[in-house]
Design a protein around this ligand. Structure first.
Ligand code: ADP
Ligand code: MG
Length: 459
């Protein structure tokens, strides 16, 4: 169920991933992508509008490069030039030493807006890239399922995009790019359409995959305007300035050990340094943390409504608390994220309901299970989540009702009627959506949206 190990790659590769067997030029010094004197101008009303100028950039095998800059600094334009989707006005872009003539065969893109086809299932969306490359159907399905599993979407293969939370949709975006095993994965602000907690979770999981060598690409180019994200993820940060037009202002080697600890002084120093490069001003300090021990108060029955929270969202919150040593003041946390308390309360309720966190006064504390969940890799996190979710009343009811004969199905209407005694129809719908999301992630049951039926997972 694993992708082959592609990183760190040898300097001279006989065949690269992403090409499904076709030969590719060898790579000197591990250089995969290179721009020399790249300039790009768009045609405007008053003639040519320069956007990028004199860009010399190298992307090597084994590294994550962040293109960091404010909105309008030309990040997306540079990424599209690297991907061969836009021709430079002057200068060259080379892939494995060969100047590009059209789309770069060694890259795949993940967009901010997931760009999924709504009428296709998760599996079909993921297969799209392979279809375009002429991969035969059986191989396509196998590769798609591997990518889906790798990115934590197992159980959602037959779901449609509209059934998925934003975080899950972006996972599909990642699976679709990774399934072609590109030499270089290119991401254009892939987390910025997600809520803070979901983004944090997805980032963490991707970095775990990268660190463990399971990432089926040799290098990553990440476009971002988020300094912390760049420092968290990148080996090298290329800071683009936009006056008078996009140039490389400075390149910063990150050099922090992985997995990275946001709370260490070196992390803060780098964030400050990059912040000063971008703005010329020092960054204000973050809110302080304070620890506190305690005990839970578990709720039990169907009178316990399921909060409308995606697994990504609650995982993201768990990770944030873990970064703050397992304990944080709720108001400070919300404040630090630029959110209202109301925005994080459903996630807080969900963690409490799952036994992953406890609330003591103003403080939110991760439990032992919650700490394990926050630190787990994709596969372990599913198992830990399953153990906790199956104790949550609605999830338990659905799981139990399917127990018994193999292949059993139960119509959603059954649960809808039961819930209707206690909740409005809108609340019922939302709770069932959440239960479906949780149950699927946990691998406890599947849901067929066309037939409106729950069924047991085969494996
Ligand atoms: P970023 O991704 O850093 O926000 P972009 O690369 O999207 O920056 O845009 C850089 C500049 O180029 C902006 O001023 C934008 O308005 C301009 N621009 C982007 N795409 C086009 C286009 N197709 N035609 C004309 N101008 C464009
Ligand atoms: Mg952009």
């Amino acid at each position: 169920m694993r992708f082959p190990f592609f990183r760190p790659a040898p300097a001279v590769a006989p065949a690269a991933p992403g090409t499904h067997g076709s030969p590719v030029p060898p790579v000197d010094d591990g250089v995969l992508l290179e721009t020399v004197g790249l300039t790009k101008a768009y045609a405007g009303a008053d003639g040519e509008l320069p956007v990028l100028s004199g860009i010399d950039l190298t992307v090597r095998s084994g590294e994550i490069v962040a293109l960091l800059g404010r909105s309008g600094s030309g990040k997306s334009t540079l990424l599209r030039c690297l991907a061969g989707l836009l021709p430079p006005s002057s200068g060259t872009v080379r892939y494995r030493g060969t100047p590009l003539a059209g789309a770069n065969p060694g890259t795949a893109l993940v967009f901010q807006t997931f760009a999924l086809l709504p009428w296709l299932t998760v599996r079909q969306n993921v297969e799209l890239g392979l279809e375009a490359r002429g991969v035969p159907p059986r191989e396509r399905a196998r590769a798609a399922d591997q990518a889906i599993d790798l990115i934590g979407l197992a159980g959602f293969e037959s779901a449609y995009p509209k059934e998925l939370s934003g975080g899950m949709r972006q996972r599909v975006g990642f699976a679709r790019a990774l399934v072609v095993e590109p030499d270089v994965l290119m991401m254009d602000e892939p987390f910025s359409a997600l809520d803070v907690l979901t983004a944090e979770n997805l980032r963490g999981e991707l970095m775990e995959l990268w660190d463990s060598g399971q990432f089926p690409t040799r290098a990553v180019v990440l476009v971002t305007h988020n300094i912390e994200e760049a420092v968290l993820m990148a080996d090298r940060i290329v800071v683009l300035g936009s006056r008078p037009y996009g140039t490389i202002r400075e390149t910063v080697e990150v050099g922090l050990d992985r997995p990275r600890d946001r709370d260490c002084a070196a992390f803060d120093e780098l964030v400050d340094r990059v912040y000063r490069i971008m703005t010329g001003r020092p960054k204000e300090t973050r809110p302080p943390e304070r620890p506190d021990p305690g005990r839970p108060d578990r709720r039990t029955l169907a009178t316990t409504p399921l909060p409308t929270v995606s697994v990504d969202g609650l995982s993201g919150l768990a990770e944030m608390i873990a970064h703050r040593h397992g304990c944080c003041d709720l108001a400070d946390l919300a404040d630090g994220l630029g959110l209202d308390m109301d925005d994080v309360l459903p996630q807080v309720d969900a963690l409490d309901l799952l036994g992953f966190a406890e609330i003591h006064g103003d403080d939110l504390l991760l439990t032992e299970d919650g700490t394990a969940f926050a630190h787990a890799d994709v596969q372990d996190s599913r198992a830990l989540f399953a153990a906790a979710a199956v104790e949550v009343p609605l999830v338990k009811l659905i799981a139990n009702s399917l127990r018994g004969e193999p292949g059993a199905t139960v119509r959603a209407g059954f649960f809808r009627d039961l819930l209707a005694h206690h909740y409005t129809s809108e609340q019922v719908d939302r709770q069932l959506e959440t239960a479906t999301d949780w149950g699927r992630y946990a691998g406890l049951f599947g849901y067929d949206a066309d037939r409106q039926e729950y069924r047991l997972e085969e494996a």
